[in-house]
Design a protein around this ligand. Structure first.
Ligand code: BJ8
Length: 426
C-alpha cells in the first residue's frame, strides 16, 4: 500500500474513491492548465500542490496533529484565521468546488441547495475528501440560510462552532461581531488548550497581513496592459491560499510576483494585447471550480480580476497591527472583516457595487461577467442592483448562473462568445 493509500485508509476513507480522484483530477487539471501557453515558471510550486492536492498537504496536517496541533476547517472569509493561528492551530478552507461530492450532499439536503453547500456536506459525510476528515473542528457562520441549516447537519458528525454574522454594518453590528470574535477566541483556546495572548495575536495578524500583501501584489500585476499571468492560474493560487501554510504561501506568491514584474518590464504577456479584459464578480469559485475561467480564456479573452471571496474580498485591506490588548485586536479584526468583505448577506450591500465599479476601472476591463452558483438566492437577488449599476456606469455586463456539472458548458461557451463579440465591436 503506498503512502497516500495508507493515509486514506487510516482516515477511514474509501480507497476506490482515492483511485477515482487520482485518475480524474490530473486529467481535469491537465486539460485546464497544462495546455496554457507561456505559463510563468514560478507556477511550478502551485502546480505541484494542485497535482497532489490529496496527498502532500493532508500528510503535513496529520504530521502536525501528531505533535498536538489542531486543524480547524472553515467555510467563509468572515472567519478570522488570525485567531486560530494565535492558538497554534492550523486553518484549512473546506468549501467544496466539485460535482464529485454533490450527490452525497443531496442525500441529506434539498436538491435546490447551492452546489457549494451540497459538495461541502457531501465531502464530509461521504468520507471522500481528506481535508474534511482531518479537520478536528469545523467553524461555520450564519451567512446564508442554506449554510446555516447545513451546519446543523454537519454538527451531528463533527465538532462545530458557529459564528453569528450580523446582516449589516451598523455600529451595533460591528460591536456584535467584536463580541463574536471574543467568543471565538475563548472557544479556540479551550479546544486547542493554548492561550491566545496579545503577542501571539499580533504575530498572527502580521503573518496573515503579509499573505494579503503578497496576494494584492499578484493582483496588482494583473492590472497591467501586459498581462503576465492567466486568470486561471491566478485563481488556482487563490484557491491554494485557503489551505496552504500561510508563510510558505506568502514566500511562493512573492517569488512568483518577482517573475511577473520582470515579465511586465519585458513586455511578456500571456495574451494578445487586444484580448478583451474581463472581471468576474459573484459567488466564490472553490477548488477545483475552474469552469468559467477556462471557458473565458479558451475563448480568447483574459480574466484580470475576481470580485468575489476567492478573489479581492479575500485579501483587500490589512488588519491594524501592534494592538495593545485583546479587545483592541478584536476591534481591529472587526474593522477589517466586517468593514471590507461586501458579501450579499448584508442588507443593504451598496459597497459591493462600488467595489465592482472601482475594480472594473482599476483593472481597465472591457466587460464584467456576473457569475452566480445556481440556487444562491442572495447573489441572484443582488443581480438586480449589480446589473443596474453597471448599466448606469456604461460597463457591459453578462449575468450567468451555473453549477458544478459540465452539462451547460457548451451553452455557457456560446453566451460568453457572443458577449466577447459585442465587446470586440464596441
Ligand atoms: S462572505 S460569499 S464565503 S458567505 S454561494 S453558500 S452565499 S447559497 S459562499 Fe460566501 Fe462567506 Fe459571503 Fe464570501 Fe450561500 Fe450563496 Fe451558496 Fe455561498
Amino acid at each position: 500500500m503506498d503512502k497516500n493509500h495508507q493515509m486514506w485508509s487510516d482516515l477511514g476513507m474509501d480507497l476506490e474513491t482515492h483511485d477515482l480522484l487520482c485518475e480524474a483530477l490530473p486529467g481535469a487539471y491537465g486539460d485546464v492548465f497544462l495546455s496554457q501557453k507561456n505559463r510563468p515558471e514560478c507556477m511550478d510550486y502551485f502546480e505541484m500542490v494542485a497535482a497532489d492536492i490529496h496527498g502532500i498537504r493532508p500528510a503535513e496536517l496529520i504530521e502536525e496533529q501528531k505533535k498536538g496541533r489542531k486543524v480547524i476547517g472553515t467555510f467563509c472569509v468572515f472567519v478570522p484565521d488570525e485567531v486560530i493561528l494565535a492558538a497554534d492551530g492550523i486553518v484549512t478552507g473546506l468549501c467544496g468546488g466539485s460535482q464529485f461530492w454533490v450527490p452525497e450532499g443531496e442525500k441529506v439536503l434539498p436538491a435546490n441547495t447551492c452546489p457549494l453547500i451540497k459538495a461541502s456536506v457531501g465531502a464530509r459525510l461521504g468520507r471522500t475528501c481528506p481535508y474534511f476528515r482531518i479537520a478536528d473542528m469545523f467553524v461555520g457562520e450564519t451567512t446564508c440560510d442554506g449554510k446555516k441549516k447545513a451546519y446543523e447537519i454537519l454538527g451531528e458528525d463533527v465538532k462545530m462552532h458557529i459564528m453569528h454574522v450580523p446582516n449589516g454594518q451598523r455600529p451595533q453590528d460591528l460591536a456584535a461581531w467584536t463580541d463574536e470574535i471574543k467568543i471565538f477566541i475563548k472557544e479556540i483556546e479551550e479546544f486547542t488548550g493554548n492561550k491566545v495572548t496579545i503577542e501571539g495575536l499580533n504575530r498572527s495578524i502580521h503573518i496573515v497581513n503579509e499573505k494579503r500583501r503578497a496576494l494584492a501584489r499578484l493582483y496588482e500585476a494583473r492590472k497591467n496592459a501586459c498581462v503576465p499571468i492567466s486568470g486561471t492560474d491566478a485563481l488556482l493560487i487563490m484557491q491554494i491560499a485557503f489551505f496552504d501554510d500561510p508563510e510558505r504561501l506568502t514566500a511562493q506568491v512573492n517569488r512568483l510576483c518577482d517573475e511577473l514584474e520582470q515579465r511586465i518590464k519585458d513586455g511578456n504577456s500571456v495574451v494578445d494585447k487586444k484580448a478583451p479584459r474581463i472581471l468576474i464578480t459573484g459567488t466564490p469559485l472553490a477548488v477545483p471550480n475552474w469552469k468559467m475561467h477556462n471557458i473565458v480564456e479558451s475563448s480568447g479573452a483574459i480574466v484580470v480580476c475576481e470580485e468575489n471571496c476567492t478573489g479581492t474580498r479575500y485579501f483587500a485591506h490589512d488588519v491594524r497591527e501592534e494592538n495593545a490588548t485583546i479587545e483592541e485586536a478584536a476591534e481591529a479584526l472587526t474593522d477589517r472583516y466586517m468593514g471590507n468583505i461586501h458579501c450579499a448577506c448584508f442588507s443593504p450591500n451598496e459597497a459591493r457595487l462600488d467595489d465592482v465599479v472601482r475594480l472594473a476601472k482599476e483593472y481597465k476591463v472591457d466587460g464584467v461577467i456576473n457569475l452566480n452558483l445556481k440556487f444562491c438566492n442572495l447573489y441572484a437577488t443582488e443581480n438586480y442592483f449589480v446589473e443596474r449599476r453597471l448599466k448606469e456606469e456604461g460597463i457591459p455586463c453578462l449575468s450567468l448562473e451555473t453549477d458544478y456539472t459540465d452539462s451547460d458548458a457548451e451553452q455557457l461557451r456560446t453566451r460568453v462568445g457572443a458577449f466577447l463579440e459585442i465587446l470586440g465591436d464596441a
